[in-house]
Design a protein around this ligand. Structure first.
Ligand SMILES: NC(=O)C1=CN([C@@H]2O[C@H](COP(=O)(O)OP(=O)(O)OC[C@H]3O[C@@H](n4cnc5c(N)ncnc54)[C@H](O)[C@@H]3O)[C@@H](O)[C@H]2O)C=CC1
Ligand SMILES: O=P(O)(O)OC[C@H]1O[C@](O)(CO)[C@@H](O)[C@@H]1O
Length: 385
């Protein structure tokens, strides 16, 4: 049976990517750092999904195995040597940590004349697989020529509602019906084949990736940042507040304006996309998603090409309004969570260097730029209450 190795047996790993790999017919081997997760998957060789849109009915995913990337690194490398597909869902910030093992596994294939392996980062990141490839090259383990000899590296866009859940006396992952896994078609070894079934193979991934990250993730992050400052605990509470919902939707439509200009999306298509894939999905009865989780890692989320500043810069380039995006960013600089290293780092930077230098540093914009001035002034206004 064909083999797939998936790094990150978390919510997206088990709830989405491995689920599709399993549907495609692969024996899925997870690689993760958490021993408890590994032990459970290894022992049971299966796991449970709960279908949110069908009264949390159970779905069993069998024929899986798991290895620890810490204690069983050799087994992970062996598996990559034999696999047809390697995927990751470990958070973009951890791609440099999984790169050495993936590079080792790929190196073993050099000269073997095996069919090319498909390697894909399935993360919330702009061109995540490119980030992984860069990280593999930085290890010095493998060269560009060797990478190209043994594999192909399509980028992806990943979207599905997934939560940890406990139903019918079991732990598992809750999943929504609606999903999007868009894969860069022109990077496949053979554009007539589909390494993962039930995914969408697209010519211009950037267009879909930006629509997803600059609208859905953008609205989600801004909901979290506005919500925390307004005393809400979950994104669902935030989206029930008509004033905040309007602010979030306006920010999303600012992003949409730039996407329409850049890629020619129809305005009505993007309005429907926002209402169906964001408002309706995120307010599904029963969902309760803490603002701390949704706003997690604000340094990543406030970076120049990510979900808030990315579209704000595109609006700037097209001379379109971006006030609500920048307002969301200002709230991002207020985001507090003592357990989130990145939130702590931003607050420390504000204390030590002031808001303007902090905004310039994390948005990667010149300190005298309009964007930095607007966010910083807005931040100060918010602080005054
Ligand atoms: N949760 C969601 O609704 C969505 C998440 N995403 C993206 O999917 C990715 C995964 O997110 P989640 O599944 O929510 O996170 P998660 O925290 O549930 O899962 C991440 C998994 O990666 C593992 N991991 C971390 N570092 C590792 C390493 N060095 N080696 C091996 N395993 C490692 C963790 O132990 C964990 O099991 C992220 O990039 C996220 O932005 C994308 C769309 C939706
Ligand atoms: O996973 P990230 O990039 O930290 O972003 C937070 C959230 O964004 C979404 O992918 C979609 O809005 C969530 O489901 C996800 O957990």
């Amino acid at each position: 049976m064909a083999l797939a190795v998936h790094f990150g047996a978390g919510k997206i790993g088990r709830g989405f990517i491995a689920n599709l790999l399993h549907q495609t017919g692969y024996h899925v081997v997870f690689a993760d750092v958490v021993q408890e997760t590994i032990d459970k998957l290894k022992k049971e060789q299966q796991y449970t999904l709960f279908l949110i849109d069908h009264n949390y009915d159970e779905q069993l995913i069998d024929d899986v195995d798991a290895y620890s990337t810490i204690n069983e690194a050799d087994k992970v490398v062996d598996a990559i040597q034999e696999a047809e597909v390697v995927t990751t869902s470990v958070m973009a910030t951890n791609l440099d940590k999984v790169a050495p093992l993936i590079a080792k596994g790929l190196k073993r294939r050099v000269g073997s004349h095996k069919p090319k392996i498909t390697v894909m980062a399935c993360e919330n990141a702009m061109m995540g697989t490119n980030i992984l490839v860069k990280a593999m090259l930085a290890t010095g383990e493998i060269t560009t020529d060797e990478l190209n000899e043994v594999g192909v590296y399509p980028n992806t866009a990943v979207d599905r509602v997934v939560f940890d859940g406990h139903h019918h006396g079991k732990d598992g992952i809750e999943i929504g019906d609606a999903y999007e896994l868009a894969i860069e078609k022109n990077k496949l070894a053979d554009t007539n084949t589909q390494p993962i079934k039930n995914a969408e193979y697209v010519e211009n991934l950037e267009m879909y990736l930006q629509r997803k990250i600059y609208m859905i993730n953008c609205g989600h992050a801004i909901s979290a940042y506005l919500g925390q400052a307004n005393g809400y605990k979950t994104v669902q509470e935030v989206l029930k507040d008509p004033q905040l919902l309007e602010q979030v939707k306006t920010a999303m439509m600012e992003s949409a304006g730039a996407l329409e200009k850049k890629y020619g999306f129809e305005h009505t298509t993007l309005v429907t996309y926002m209402n169906k894939m964001f408002v309706k999905r995120m307010t599904t009865p029963g969902l309760s998603d803490p603002v701390e989780r949704v706003g997690r890692e604000p340094i990543r989320k406030l970076a120049a090409n990510d979900r808030i500043i990315g579209p704000a810069l595109q609006c700037e380039a097209y001379k379109l309004a971006n006030d609500h995006l920048l307002h969301g960013a200002a709230y991002g600089f207020h985001f507090q969570n003592p357990d989130d290293q990145q939130a702590v780092e931003i607050q420390t930077s504000i204390e030590q260097n002031g808001i303007k230098k902090t905004v310039a540093k994390y948005t990667q914009q010149p300190v005298d730029s309009r964007i930095v001035a607007v966010i910083s002034d807005d931040y100060e206004q918010i602080s005054k209450g």
